[in-house]
Design a protein around this ligand. Structure first.
Ligand code: AMP
Ligand code: FES
Ligand code: ZN
Ligand code: ZN
Length: 304
């Protein structure tokens, strides 16, 4: 196995590109793919204050590392979700990375800040943990960006994640979600711009990236996500990818190039119908937003 670029021994094969890479050219390929995503989708400008949402997992830590290397002003944001040992270990990885790179890590602990954590908050609100978790994370991303004066929040969603979400949305023809499945969402109503610079790189490459760069990340998946529908979609796509490399990339990126635009109108219509949450100001269909309702309910039940 020889590197596509220099013909020296390769350390990884990337089947969808029909290419092998040595360490140096693998890292360069990762940086190039991130740069391409950023430029093609207008994700970041050179002077932007960037907030990287870091979970302590491979994707978001690799993303933070890549953005720092590309010269962006990028701080991290770690949210303490209170999911037992999983959260303790993931927080430790995020902190260790920040220290090693002499970077700034903003931390928000759900229990300290809002009085609940994901296990008890989800139970109190009778929501699936992942749904309560997604709601809480989105709220904290927005709030932390606003308070810290950041221009854009980036997340570590990679090609595998986005293809799996797309697959789920297509299986049920959730056209409003399809309209919202953009790699960049512009800033609006005082809420920050959001971007996903890893859409051209897969999970396996991000794990390899961390190993090569000596980044310690939490390998375990969140224990509350077990049995999640999303994981089934990922598995199904992996099977297709195994027999036909490049399927995932084509599925997602051809969607962006050829189809996404057709659904944007529906997402816009839904968005225009939103009003400001009477408690926190976030856009919501009416009255109090789902996050503030979750918080109120969790606080009452936990106090009782
Ligand atoms: P997930 O929803 O767990 O697949 O995570 C998607 C993205 O959300 C990750 O790549 C991170 O950018 C971000 N994220 C997940 N968990 C956290 C966390 N605890 N704190 C901050 N950002 C997170
Ligand atoms: Fe949110 Fe697991 S990380 S429920
Ligand atoms: Zn090489
Ligand atoms: Zn609210």
């Amino acid at each position: 196995m020889k590197c596509r670029v220099c013909r020296e021994p390769a350390i990884i094969d990337v089947r969808r590109q029909n290419a092998n890479y040595c360490t140096e050219h693998f890292l360069r390929m990762c940086r190039d793919q991130v740069t391409k995503a950023i430029e093609r989708h207008d994700m970041l400008s050179p002077g932007d204050a960037v907030l990287v949402a870091v979970s302590g997992g491979k994707d978001s830590l690799a993303l933070w590392d890549l953005l720092l290397d590309l010269g962006y002003r990028a701080d991290g944001l770690y949210i303490g979700l209170g999911i037992g040992e999983y959260s303790d270990a993931s927080g430790a990885c995020a902190r260790a990375f920040a220290e090693a790179r002499d970077a700034t890590l903003v931390e928000v602990d759900l229990r300290t800040r809002y009085g609940f954590d994901i296990p008890n908050g989800a139970k109190a609100a009778r929501r699936a943990p992942c749904s309560a978790c997604g709601l809480a994370k989105r709220h904290v991303f927005d709030e932390a960006a606003r308070l810290g004066g950041y221009d854009v929040v980036v997340t570590g969603h990679n090609l595998d994640d986005e293809a799996a979400v797309l697959f789920g949305n297509v299986l049920r023809w959730q056209t409003e979600y399809l309209g919202r499945q953009q790699p960049v969402l512009p800033a609006r109503d005082g809420f920050p711009k959001k971007a996903k610079p890893l859409i051209r790189l897969g999970e396996r490459e991000m794990a390899a990236y961390c190993v090569v760069r000596g980044i310690d990340y939490i390998v375990e998946e969140c224990p509350m996500a077990a049995g999640n529908r999303h994981l089934g979609y990922k598995e199904a796509l992996n099977q297709l990818e195994a027999t036909s490399p490049g399927t995932k990339f084509a599925f997602y990126h051809e969607f962006l190039d050829k189809a996404a635009e057709r659904f944007v109108g529906e997402a816009d219509d839904a968005r225009e119908a939103l009003v400001a949450c009477d408690s926190c100001g976030a856009p919501t269909p009416s009255g109090t937003c789902a996050f503030c309702r979750l918080t109120a309910r969790a606080q009452v039940e936990i106090r009782a």
